[in-house]
Design a protein around this ligand. Structure first.
Ligand SMILES: *[C@@H]1O[C@H](CO)[C@@H](O)[C@H](O)[C@H]1NC(C)=O
Ligand SMILES: *[C@@H]1O[C@H](CO)[C@@H](O)[C@H](O)[C@H]1NC(C)=O
Ligand SMILES: *[C@@H]1O[C@H](CO)[C@@H](O)[C@H](O)[C@H]1NC(C)=O
Ligand SMILES: *[C@@H]1O[C@H](CO)[C@@H](O)[C@H](O)[C@H]1NC(C)=O
Ligand SMILES: *[C@@H]1O[C@H](CO)[C@@H](O)[C@H](O)[C@H]1NC(C)=O
Ligand SMILES: *[C@@H]1O[C@H](CO)[C@@H](O)[C@H](O)[C@H]1NC(C)=O
Ligand SMILES: *[C@@H]1O[C@H](CO)[C@@H](O)[C@H](O)[C@H]1NC(C)=O
Ligand SMILES: *[C@@H]1O[C@H](CO)[C@@H](O)[C@H](O)[C@H]1NC(C)=O
Ligand SMILES: *[C@@H]1O[C@H](CO)[C@@H](O)[C@H](O)[C@H]1NC(C)=O
Ligand SMILES: *[C@@H]1O[C@H](CO)[C@@H](O)[C@H](O)[C@H]1NC(C)=O
Length: 446
């Protein structure tokens, strides 16, 4: 069954190969080959002992976002630069500014770490695109909120394009590891177009740094799993046991919450001291997120699927969540009820992957574990008669990612079998043939 399943989707094999070859060596995402976060420094004016720069961070990743508590950006100064002032961001530490007597810099660290300001920052401390608490939307979902920016005034630096030294060794935490940043490169100065579009100005000097994500670098435990069911079979295939951790295991992932515990709210409130580690409901899979795919109805020309996402994490509301799903029938997705979608076609030919996300103010917010901790939608597919079938698990998804992290799938040989096909029928056919043979042999001898 396993191999016949693979025969029908060689893409999976391809994918596994890709993953094997690329994840261990470099940051590479086959579904988003050009995905990156680009950090751009525009020098907008020279200062007596340095310069003023606007730093812009663009999330050019189709489906990976940066969630609360947000990004932090670090770099190493080339010489003895200091940050006199910042707008729209701040360094986490001031460092040792003992040498300065009159005006004290904002930061004297050789490797400063910058974080975003929180929403609600007074207007005179803001610049455009700042102050989102470090949250960056994915490029597909909300391009206007996939940008962050802050302004820095640098001292003890060069004051001309010949003498200025580029900061090096950029690090991006989001908030954990996973991103690797490339070298700092001087690029063509950014052009700024005035509001009335009648004048164009440009930066005095611009440099870029590109950071890419790798799940291998992030070394995260899985955070999501998939369960399956269908109208044609009562079996519900649960998430594989221990997908994201094991119950009763006292290591990192081990603790969980029994929803029937008497003091649930206070346990959720007190444990962990504002930690960002998930606090999950006790399940056999221990995942904070479960995606359920139910094959709901079969029409003559169409078939219908219900997708439900459950949040089992008591400590996390997922705003602007997204799902990336791969299934060969996505080239004929006829209707989707109450989710947004966009095709993801990395190689321009195979149209089998979509990105799904919630409708603003309706289901874009996936509430923490509990009665409201779920979102759902239904998908209607048109049948292509030459490939459509219910047997061999064809109607189940090949891959699912939640917020860019791959979800653990049940093994293909556990999938619910369709009633009018599968091993049972083969067995009865075989025994029928055997019976006939025996009968023939019997007759021949008599
Ligand atoms: C970063 O992403 C943008 C947008 O997809 C792309 O134009 C650019 O070439 C990428 N940069 C690198 C270095 O891959
Ligand atoms: C530098 O980054 C900006 C986005 O912040 C991008 O538009 C531009 O193409 C980049 N330049 C180069 C040479 O990569
Ligand atoms: C930058 O990082 C590399 C490798 O981590 C290290 O060898 C180098 O010394 C660092 N440079 C500076 C200026 O810190
Ligand atoms: C949880 O903590 C918040 C603030 O820390 C408090 O207002 C609330 O009453 C607590 N809830 C319970 C059930 O302990
Ligand atoms: C919270 O942190 C304090 C000090 O770090 C520690 O003593 C306490 O045990 C922690 N509480 C919980 C519930 O983890
Ligand atoms: C999730 O959002 C709800 C409603 O805004 C809020 O009451 C709750 O405290 C939030 N939970 C967490 C874990 O942030
Ligand atoms: C891919 O399939 C979707 C859903 O049927 C369709 O809307 C889209 O136009 C297709 N894209 C291409 C490039 O074929
Ligand atoms: C899409 O589904 C419709 C309705 O079943 C069918 O007529 C059409 O041939 C299908 N198209 C493709 C490309 O599979
Ligand atoms: C449902 O699927 C399970 C698992 O593949 C299989 O063992 C069972 O026989 C199927 N039941 C029916 C009624 O087809
Ligand atoms: C049962 O499976 C066989 C291949 O194993 C296929 O040729 C046949 O069309 C299937 N029958 C039904 C009713 O789906």
């Amino acid at each position: 069954m396993f191999f016949s399943f693979l025969k029908h989707c060689p893409r999976i094999l391809l994918f596994l190969l890709f993953t094997l070859f690329y994840t261990s060596t470099e940051a590479y995402d086959p579904l988003d080959p050009n995905g990156n976060i680009t950090i751009k420094w525009d020098i907008i004016s020279w200062a007596p002992d340095g310069y003023i720069a606007v730093v812009t961070m663009n999330n050019f990743q189709r489906y990976r976002r940066i969630s609360a508590p947000g990004w932090s950006l670090g770099w190493t100064w080339a010489k003895k630069e200091v940050i006199w002032a910042m707008v729209g961001g701040q360094t986490t530490e001031q460092g040792d500014c003992l040498k300065f007597k009159e005006t004290i810099p904002h930061c004297c660290e050789r490797t400063p770490t910058i974080v975003d300001l929180l929403p609600g920052t007074p207007y005179n401390q803001q610049i455009a695109n700042c102050c989102k608490g470090g949250v960056l939307s994915s490029w597909t979902q909300d391009p206007t909120n996939s940008v962050a920016a802050f302004r820095v005034t640098i001292g003890r630096a060069g004051t001309t394009s010949k003498t200025v030294r580029l900061p090096r060794n950029f690090t991006l935490k989001a908030p954990g590891p996973g991103y690797t940043c490339g070298p700092t490169k001087i690029v063509k100065p950014t052009k700024f177009i005035s509001k009335d579009k009648r004048r164009v100005t440009q930066a005095l000097m611009t440099w870029n740094v590109t950071c890419t994500y790798s799940q291998f670098q992030a070394q995260k435990l899985p955070t999501c799993c998939v369960s399956l069911s269908s109208f044609y079979n009562d079996t519900i295939v649960q998430c594989p046991t221990c997908s994201c951790g094991c119950q009763g295991n006292t290591a990192q992932s081990g603790s969980c919450i029994d929803p029937s515990a008497p003091h649930l709210a206070s346990v959720v409130n007190n444990s962990g001291n504002n930690s960002i580690a998930p606090l999950v409901r006790c399940t056999s899979h221990m995942c904070p997120i479960r995606v359920h795919w139910h094959i709901k109805l079969n029409y003559r020309e169409y078939w219908r699927v219900k997708v439900t996402i459950n949040n089992f994490n008591y400590r996390m509301n997922y705003s602007d969540w997204n799902l990336v799903v791969q299934h060969p029938n996505f080239d004929n997705l006829t209707r989707i009820f109450s989710f947004n979608y966009e095709s993801v076609i990395p190689y321009g030919s195979i149209n089998d992957t979509v990105m799904l996300w919630g409708v603003k103010y309706y289901n874009d917010f996936l509430m923490h574990a509990g009665p409201s901790g779920n979102v759902q939608s239904e998908l209607l597919f048109g049948k292509d008669k030459s490939t459509f079938m219910f047997d061999k698990g064809w109607a189940f998804p090949r891959r699912i990612y939640f917020n860019g992290d791959i979800c653990v799938m049940p093994p293909p040989d556990a999938y619910p079998l369709s009633p009018n096909n599968g091993s049972k029928q083969e067995v009865s056919f075989l025994s029928l043939t055997m019976a006939l043979l025996v009968a023939l042999v019997f007759y021949a001898y008599v």
